[in-house]
Design a protein around this ligand. Structure first.
Ligand code: NAD
Length: 453
């Protein structure tokens, strides 16, 4: 963990490059020559990334060391052991985490990730990002995150079910509709949420508001599945007029064609934009004349491997970032845009569908290149905003239609964009720094007003 003495001095953006934290990152990134291959991660951790941005904002806000300490560490961390006998007949022992970062503004909220690279520091980082994200969106939640270090995408359906139920059983004491409400993240989905709800219901009675991102048939919300991708597109729609961009003349590329990436692509295409490249864990493709976002989603859903998609040329995953396009949407894992590849990017705008896809050093390079980065803490809030709607509907046992959900989502995303961009303009800051300022200010105010600090 980086120490607070590595904080970048107030207002001195050029010193970001020189701070010990970033110098250290540079050393580690020097080993990297391109984007991480599937299964590999950039060397700077998500925790270092969110701490770096927290420090920048805390400096600017003049937060004292005592106040910082409260937000530097999570409020509660639960680590559990999940032994599961898999189809190979052996017992595999996975680790599960639920980290509740801060609950000043409401119940803890955040997804659960099933991925072999999950570790406690990553979950800590993602939990704190949720605290700032819910505050930037102005919805009444704190921040949390969960994860199990299992290779869910390689496991059988019943094996994932065993892990999901066992994880839920072991953390249920810190959950509850007014305490902590999980949701899907990487390699978890509506089915996993259905198992969570069922398992929680065995102990507490039917409680749909215990998690969000559930199937429509089990009190999920219309629009939830597409919400994060749709939220990214609302960001594009807000930013485009100021950047002189029109959808019919806009090209885009997507890194990570899962839930967030494929929905963002399909909705961008509905607007009239053209997808020229995409990637997932299997590889990358490119076609300057356009790749049909719906066709690609269908192909992958049917079990197709991205590089084999008809109608596009397979390229090396590292080349994806170099494809000329107007908008680049990272929607895979953290740290994938880094010092080793940021300079080669040829886009005008980045909309961060993924959490922490850009390292601080890469962010500096992109700012210098004039790339307009719409940061994760605001850009991918659509998922948690729609989760909030699902929770509200569940608490009322009432369902809104999809149009109502999408309209309300648009209102909140537009408000977040306008508030953050106004702050960025007023203080001559990149959007990311402005978003952290807005989020941290709101959380600190809530914590102080409640008397928590
Ligand atoms: P997902 O599992 O549905 O999709 C992840 C995609 O990334 C898959 O297509 C996978 O093949 C791809 N991928 C993995 N490694 C890759 C690599 N090395 N190169 C290229 N692609 C790779 O997950 P998701 O829910 O779409 O989440 C994606 C990102 O968005 C994560 O960072 C997550 O934290 C963030 N996010 C998700 C939500 C949500 O509502 N699902 C909300 C906010 C943020």
């Amino acid at each position: 963990m980086a120490s607070k003495t590595e904080t970048t001095p107030v207002g001195e953006r050029e010193q970001v490059e020189k701070s010990p934290q970033v110098v250290e990152e540079a050393k580690r990134e020097a080993a990297l020559t391109g984007a991480p291959q599937p299964g590999q991660r950039a060397e700077v951790t998500n925790l270092e990334i969110v701490h770096h941005y927290f420090n920048l904002a805390a400096d600017r806000l003049g937060l004292g060391e005592d106040v910082r300490t409260v937000f530097w560490e999570p409020y509660r961390e639960v680590t559990v052991q999940i032994p599961v006998r898999l189809s190979d007949g052996k017992i595999h022992v996975f680790s599960g985490y639920r980290i509740q970062h801060n609950g000043a503004r409401g119940p803890y909220k955040g997804g659960v990730r099933f991925h072999p690279e999950v570790d406690i520091d990553e979950v800590r980082a993602l939990a704190s990002l949720m605290t700032w994200k819910t505050a930037v969106a102005g919805i009444p939640y704190g921040g949390a995150k969960g994860g199990v270090n299992c290779p869910a995408d390689k496991l059988k359906h019943h094996e994932v079910q065993k892990i999901a139920r066992s994880f839920l059983d072991k953390i249920e004491k810190v959950l509850g509709p007014t305490r902590d409400i999980p949701a899907p993240d990487v390699n978890t989905n509506a089915q996993v949420m259905a198992w969570f709800m069922d398992e929680y219901g065995k102990l507490h009675g039917h409680t749909p508001a215990i998690c969000t991102g559930k199937p429509i048939s089990l009190e999920g919300s219309y629009g939830r599945e597409a919400a994060t991708g749709r939220g990214c597109v609302y960001m594009f729609r807000e930013a485009a007029p100021h950047l002189g961009m029109t959808p019919s003349e806009t090209t885009f590329a997507v890194q990570g064609y899962g839930n967030v990436g494929s929905w963002a692509a399909r909705i961008m295409q509905q607007l009239g934009c053209r997808m020229v490249a995409a990637s997932d864990a299997d590889g990358a493709i490119r076609n300057d004349a356009g790749i049909d976002a719906n066709g690609l989603e269908e192909f992958i859903r049917q079990g197709g491997q991205m590089p084999a998609y008809d109608g596009a040329e397979a390229i090396e995953p590292a080349e994806l970032l170099e494809v000329p396009c107007d908008v680049f949407i990272p929607a895979a894992l953290g740290g994938m845009i880094h010092r080793g590849n940021a300079d080669r990017m040829q886009c005008r705008v980045i909309i961060e569908g993924a959490n922490s896809p850009t390292t601080p050093a890469a962010d500096e390079i992109l700012n210098q290149k004039g790339v307009y980065v719409i940061p994760d803490v605001m850009a991918n809030a659509g998922g948690v905003v729609c989760s909030y709607f699902e929770w509200v509907q569940n608490l009322q046992h009432f369902r809104w239609d999809e149009r109502e959900v999408n309209d309300k989502l648009g209102n909140i995303m537009r408000r977040a964009y306008r508030e953050v961009s106004a702050r960025a303009k007023a203080e001559s800051l990149p959007l990311r720094e402005a978003a952290y300022l807005v989020g941290i200010e709101r959380v600190v105010e809530a914590a102080q007003t409640r008397g928590y600090i």
